[in-house]
Write a new protein. Structure first.
Length: 156
């Protein structure tokens, strides 16, 4: 009887720890539902090679004028590593959203290490993707961007 209840309690506690470690400047922060949808988009983008990983790659891509969705982990320490990203994204009109956990972001990108930020691109960099998969991704991607823009406009 004790093992099922204990496991449930540990999962809830782990979920709370994710939200407690989030920096106070991590705004707009995705809620549970939007965070889950965003991480799903990141996973699909990683599989189709539509992803820029890490601060250097993201900054370089945004400065070159590439568009997409910038996903930033909210529990980065020290936070100074990523404080310039939101400003850069706003200047380039690239929507951005914070997710609570760098571990979840790294896992969604199909990598073993935690990740601080990613840029999800609307089109694949290399290779071909089926038209059906491309259309489904585009639809989900546009839905997430729409929600991110609504959330961002409510904060400013």
């Amino acid at each position: 009887m004790g093992s099922d209840g204990d496991g449930e309690g540990q999962r809830k506690d782990k979920g709370r720890r994710k939200w407690v470690a989030v920096s106070p400047i991590a705004r707009p922060l995705a809620g549970k539902r939007l965070s889950k949808r965003t991480l799903k988009i990141v996973r699909r983008a990683a599989e189709n090679k539509q992803l820029k990983r890490g601060v250097k790659e993201v900054v370089k891509a945004v400065r070159k004028g590439q568009k997409g969705l910038c996903v930033i982990a909210g529990d980065i320490s020290p936070i100074d590593v990523i404080t310039h990203l939101p400003i850069l994204c706003e200047e380039a009109d690239v929507p951005y959203i914070y997710v609570p956990s760098k571990e979840d972001l790294g896992g969604a990108a199909v990598q073993k290490r935690p990740a601080c930020c990613m840029l999800v691109l609307p089109e694949p960099l290399k290779g071909e993707v089926s038209a059906e998969e491309k259309a489904k991704f585009k639809e989900d991607f546009d839905d997430v961007i729409k929600e991110v823009r609504i959330l961002a406009s409510s904060f400013f």
